[in-house]
Design a protein around this ligand. Sequence first.
Ligand code: THU
Length: 159
Amino acid sequence: MREINLTTKIAVYLLEECSEVEKNLIEAAKSATKRAYAPYSGFSVGAAVLLANGEIMTGNNQENAAYPSGLCAERTTVFFSNAAYPDQKIEAIAVAAWHKGQFTSDAITPCGACRQVLLETENRFGTPMRVLMYSDQGVYVVDSVKDLLPLSFGDEMLK
Ligand code: THU
């Protein structure tokens, strides 16, 4: 028997330690929570992506009475961005969540399905995507989606 140990380094920043570009991206994700459609969970998530041309696109979770038909903020935003600008690399994504009248005090981390889609997007553009996960206590940051999805399944397996 042998063991494989996987480690993930997560940087935790105070908001004021983030760059101006990152602060703007986080602000965009926070404002996007206000436009979420989350009548069933009451958990409003906003996401904002930074494109290589400097543009920011935002999205949020979109729920449905048939629960599985809804979509998380991260996928809504990435699909929106890729649909509008298929050739623009996504350099970073920020995520924030509003619940019970405040931004969460635990960093909002993407679900498994969103991690898979974010990974494909990173692979598609061939550039690491920084992921900024906001909480009102600090911001978790990883430099690549790969850090959030060890032992991932990706397009390289299909070659
Ligand atoms: N949700 C997101 O939009 N992103 C996440 O990272 C976690 C969960 C949504 C899905 C659902 O609309 C609500 O939050 C509660 O799970």
